[in-house]
Design a protein around this ligand. Structure first.
Ligand code: AMP
Length: 226
């Protein structure tokens, strides 16, 4: 299955992406995580990405498209993928539509995880990530604090530098301006599934799976009818 996850920062794309990746046995590809890795590694990609990310702005389309193209051409993507944080602009969605056929692939659906802007700001202000493996925690749910360690790898938990309230507001404004049109892009193509992201993690996950199932069933019976 080849999926795109859409939603405001803090909607739970990373969490649901991990769960879907395990369930469907396909890689979870987060462009944000790839940029954070590149920044940690300290190469030219990291240098380019850092300035944009720290301001809460989008990394230029050509850079983001290139890393995704490269990643999707890896052998582990042959059976499918969960794209999280890409596409974030309509030109990125168009680039993805052009790239996939060159790899013999087709996108199945885009899943929009809906939360309000107030909920996004609240979750961003509660978010902690592991400085080593990038796992995400929410202080309200996981009762972790700045001195605590990652439950996966023991790495130090930190705040993301772009998770300040000011940067978060900028990211939300950019989302409404540049990423929200991507939701319409997929809706117009009949590829959009929407779930309420303000429910508990397991319920959101169950809702995504049941929507995917219904959608696949609808698609296959539509094909039979044709
Ligand atoms: P995320 O981890 O998805 O919240 O992404 C963190 C930051 O990485 C974003 O605020 C952007 O600055 C950058 N980023 C991630 N994905 C993209 C993308 N597809 N296009 C442009 N910038 C991106």
């Amino acid at each position: 299955m080849r999926l795109v996850l859409l939603g405001l920062p803090g909607a739970g794309k990373g969490t649901q992406g991990e769960l879907l990746s395990e369930e469907l046995d396909v890689p979870h590809i987060s462009t944000g995580a790839m940029f954070r890795e590149a920044i940690k590694a300290g190469g030219p990609l990291g240098e380019t990405a850092r300035a944009y990310i720290e301001r809460g702005e989008l990394v230029p389309d050509d850079v983001s498209v290139e890393i995704v193209k490269e990643r999707l051409s890896q052998p582990d993507c042959e059976q499918g993928f969960i794209l999280d944080g890409f596409p974030r602009t309509v030109p990125q969605a168009v680039a993805l539509d052009r790239t996939l056929p060159t790899l013999g692939m087709e996108l199945d659906a885009a899943v929009n995880i809906e939360i309000t802007e107030e909920e996004a700001v609240r979750r961003i202000s509660e978010r902690m990530i592991c400085s080593q493996c990038g796992a995400t925690y929410n202080r309200a749910i996981h009762t972790v604090s700045q001195t605590d360690r990652c439950l996966e790898c023991g790495g130090l938990l930190i705040r993301r530098p772009d998770d300040t309230v000011e940067t978060a507001r900028n990211r939300l404004a950019i989302y409404m301006e540049q990423t929200h049109p991507v939701v319409h892009y997929y809706a117009e193509r009949g590829m959009l599934l929407t779930v309420d992201g303000e429910r508990p993690i397991e319920e959101v996950f169950a809702a995504i799976l049941s929507q995917l199932k219904a959608w696949r069933f609808g698609r296959s019976s539509g094909e039979e009818a044709r």
